[in-house]
Design a protein around this ligand. Structure first.
Ligand SMILES: [Zn+2]
Length: 365
């Protein structure tokens, strides 16, 4: 939907962010494409429909192939610029999205998995040994998971709506028990939300207590982000309640990893205003603006804490940073926190901050 791109670009302009960015014009960099996808450019409407019907949740258009190539090309160019220090970081505002695409088939409006391609490209072209892919789109990027499942050189972290498998893509492998296989065991981290309405405190806690400790231990040389904004307040599909400002904080946190080599690529989102606000918040952080105050950070919800502790229990055998005070210690802390939050009629940012500090110290010890 071209309106996503135009709405985002208009708000970046209005907010005065666009003029501060370096614009990178897109070239088609990939020469080899799956011939079937290439042939879709010349198909009739009926042929396109027949082809699309072979996949899960796919729409095809004669221009789709070209757009998908441009989307991949834009991410690869940003990787080039960031890895050669021409740019500090970057955001690719492009369509279609990519994180559902498998190596050999379309899925969920995605033709090519541009972040997976970008990770491999960075490894081959720039000698990058370890890539972290963070996926904050509200859907699980199962395509990325499948591609790197057995690969310890790419750490994939996805936080997504799951509801015990009732939310698309309805896969049991989107649950926290999927930690990768073979040599890739421990390098796939799924944080499934089992309730809707997750807020800033839930996402900030997930990043602070789960993602960042592992990311620092993994020491990636490049961070790629599947930046969907369907978890922002007002998105009709995601039904979460994350503020756009929260994405400034999350982006800021990731800037401390991989010497700030960070490339974000637009993924999903079904509310144009929410997408544009989320992108602006992220770009503002990439440009070095101070993080905004969260209007109502609140405490993490009980359901979120359960999900986080379940994921830690699946992952702690693989990461020293998760073993320092053992999973049961974390769980005990969470139980105390939940009890205190329940007991308090007024949940303030101060209470939340104190708890986070306490917890942080526990981790350090
Ligand atoms: Zn999505």
């Amino acid at each position: 939907c071209p309106a996503r791109v135009s709405t985002v670009m208009e708000m970046l302009e209005t907010e005065g962010l666009l003029g501060r960015c370096v614009r990178v014009e897109v070239e088609i960099l990939l020469k080899e494409y799956v011939e079937l996808m290439k042939s879709s450019q010349k198909m009739t409407e009926d042929e396109l429909k027949t082809l699309a019907d072979k996949y899960d949740s796919v729409f095809l258009h004669p221009e789709f192939f070209t757009c998908a190539c441009l989307a991949v090309g834009s991410v690869l160019q940003l990787v080039d610029k960031v890895m050669t220090s021409q740019l500090r970081n970057g955001f690719s505002v492009s369509r279609p999205p990519g994180h559902h695409a498998h190596a050999d088939k379309m899925n969920g409006y995605c033709m090519f998995n541009h972040l997976a391609i970008a990770a491999r490209y960075a490894q081959k072209q720039h000698g990058v040994k370890r890539v972290l892919i963070v996926d904050w789109d509200v859907h699980h990027g199962q395509g990325i998971q499948y591609i790197f499942e057995e690969d310890p050189s790419v750490l994939y972290f996805s936080v997504h709506r799951y509801e015990d498998g009732s939310f698309w893509p309805h896969l049991k492998e989107s649950d926290s028990s999927s930690v990768g296989s073979g040599a890739g065991q421990g390098y796939n981290i799924n944080l499934p939300w089992n309730k809707i309405g997750m807020e800033d405190g839930d996402y900030v806690t997930a990043f602070q207590q789960l993602l960042l400790p592992v990311a620092y231990e993994f020491q990636p040389q490049l961070v790629l982000v599947a930046a969907g904004f369907d978890s922002v307040i007002g998105d009709p599909k995601g039904e979460m309640r994350v503020s756009p400002q929260c994405f400034s904080i999350l982006t800021h946190m990731l800037k401390g990893v991989a010497q700030g080599r960070l490339v974000l690529a637009l993924e999903g989102g079904y509310n144009l205003q929410s997408i544009a606000e989320g992108v602006c918040a992220s770009v503002s952080s990439l440009l070095g603006d101070p993080c905004p105050h969260l209007i109502s950070p609140g405490a993490p919800s009980e359901s979120a804490l359960k999900s986080i502790s379940k994921t830690i229990s699946a992952l702690y055998p693989f990461w020293k940073s998760l073993q320092t005070h053992k999973y049961f210690c974390f769980l005990r802390f969470l139980n105390v926190l939940c009890a205190e939050v329940k007991a308090s009629s007024l949940i303030t940012g101060l209470v939340y901050d104190q708890r986070m500090m306490l917890h942080h110290n526990m981790w350090d010890g």
